[in-house]
Unconditional design. Structure first.
Length: 430
């Protein structure tokens, strides 16, 4: 044999080194941790990935989407923040899966299989303290993307501290994502009354003319999200008499489906001493213009943490619309104390948005400078571009408008500051 051939045959047998990887031992555990959040009976993904036969039946597709990094659809780039419920695959895990198929997908000994995921029933954290739901069944028309807000009045006899929420989509085949807002005005009820159908149309926010304040976001749901609980002493305030706006993004299949999504609320127990109120503060630029034809147009906004505004940061929520390609939220500190990136998304997809909760909360110190940086593609090469012909695009709530927005889920050290905060607009035009 010529030396070159020997080398080739050595490489050809190299995967055998990993031959001990079996479905029952490694692969089943990987699929359980990284895929079954969605690939299980009754959930959003097209098939359950919970058996050896599913793993092999779907083998070709799995290899393709794992290799091309289409699945799992975890968006944040590594090493920019450590998040709870991260379902991304490491490079090593990706390789283990691909190698396992290459050597013929050995099943191994079924005795090695992990315990199946515990069935928690509908409510992951047990019975909620209160359940609110869309006022009536909504027949989702057969259009492609539908964004609609439904208004749910609450009637708790005093303010409530919310520790966790679980959103249960009424129909996982059509619900793509859900965002909850708190409305302490009567604006949402007015919009609802004006529209003959249940709810009213809304795309990038709670609806035309509803002012977002520090306390107006309650939470959200995207496919695959699990319910978390805020740390001890931390809660979201749901003021007495407030309405909850349930913003739904529907992505209907071929026929008319109906949906009535509900939300389980878990309140702080009487004995829990609530010392921190979490609010969502937007880092936002509202005065940009993305020129028609611009392929990589940057928009940024930054704001310093002023004296009195030191805080603990629990989560980040990046948000853009359909022209967005990349978004990053960073912090720098002129004293050199910090220079870090909280979250970075390289291939933004409006359909896979997340509330990213840090594994360990972070401190925001006075004179830290917080910044959101967005990049937009307003050309015809962007397959998601909703405008044809192309046009200049500005801030707005509509499908054809844009946003460059990072919500910071934080609690100020001095909670009384919240009532003095007005949402200033940071118009750093570029
Ligand atoms: C957050 C939810 C979620 C997670 C986690 C997830 N998937 Fe998916 N997957 C989907 C959805 C939804 C689809 C349907 C196609 C789409 O909407 O992109 C899908 C489709 C697929 C398909 C079919 C793709 C095609 O082009 O036909 C494969 C194969 C797949 N997933 C494999 C996996 C594997 C393997 C994992 C884990 C390593 C995984 N997925 C994790 C939601 C998820």
């Amino acid at each position: 044999m010529k030396p070159a051939l020997i080398l080739i045959s050595l490489f050809a047998f190299a995967p055998l080194v990993n031959a001990e990887v079996t479905y029952s031992k490694e692969i089943a555990r990987l699929y359980m941790a990284k895929c079954q959040g969605c690939h299980r009976a009754g959930d959003i993904a097209p098939f359950a990935l919970d058996s050896y036969s599913a793993a092999t039946t779907w083998g070709d597709d799995i290899q393709r989407v794992v290799k091309d990094r289409i699945m799992p659809p975890w968006k944040p780039v590594d090493a920019h923040g450590k998040f709870k419920n991260d379902f991304s695959l490491t490079d090593e895990e990706r390789q283990i899966i691909l190698d396992w198929y290459t050597v013929g997908a050995p099943e191994g000994d079924p005795a090695d299989l992990p315990e199946p995921k515990a069935e928690t029933g509908e409510w992951q954290l047990g019975e909620p303290d209160a359940v609110i739901r869309m006022p009536e069944l909504y027949n989702v028309p057969r259009r492609k993307d539908i964004y609609r807000c439904f208004v749910v009045p609450t009637d708790f006899d005093d303010d409530r501290w919310v520790k966790s929420i679980q959103i249960v989509p009424g129909n996982r085949q059509v619900v793509h994502h859900v965002i909850l807002y708190i409305d302490t005005s009567s604006k949402s009820a007015e919009l609802d009354a004006k529209d003959e159908e249940p709810g009213y149309e809304c795309f990038g926010g709670p609806g035309e003319g509803i002012q977002l304040g520090p306390g107006s976001m309650l939470g959200g749901w995207v496919p695959g999200s699990r319910t978390g609980t805020l740390p001890d002493g931390v809660g979201l305030l749901l003021p007495k008499g407030a309405r909850v706006i349930v913003q739904m993004h529907y992505f209907p299949a071929g026929k008319v489906h109906s949906d009535q999504t509900k939300v389980g609320l878990y309140f702080a127990k009487q004995e829990e001493k609530m010392s921190k109120r979490m609010v969502f503060i937007p880092l936002v630029n509202t005065s940009f213009k993305i020129p028609a034809g611009a392929a990589d147009y940057p928009v940024t906004a930054s704001v310093p943490v002023l004296p009195g505004l030191a805080a603990t940061l629990y989560m980040v929520v990046p948000h853009m619309h359909l022209l967005g390609r990349q978004i990053e939220i960073t912090r720098t500190n002129s004293f050199g104390r910090a220079n870090d990136s909280f979250v970075k998304i390289d291939d933004w997809d409006f359909n896979w948005q997340g509330f990213y909760a840090f594994e360990e909360p972070l401190r925001l110190n006075v004179f830290d400078n917080l910044k959101v940086s967005c990049r937009f593609n307003n050309t015809a090469d962007n397959p998601r571009n909703p405008s044809n012909p192309l046009k200049d695009v500005r801030w707005g709530e509509g499908t054809e408008d844009e946003m460059c927005l990072g919500f910071l889920g934080l609690a100020f050290d001095n909670p009384s500051i919240i009532d003095q905060l007005k949402f200033q607009k940071h118009n750093n035009r570029r």
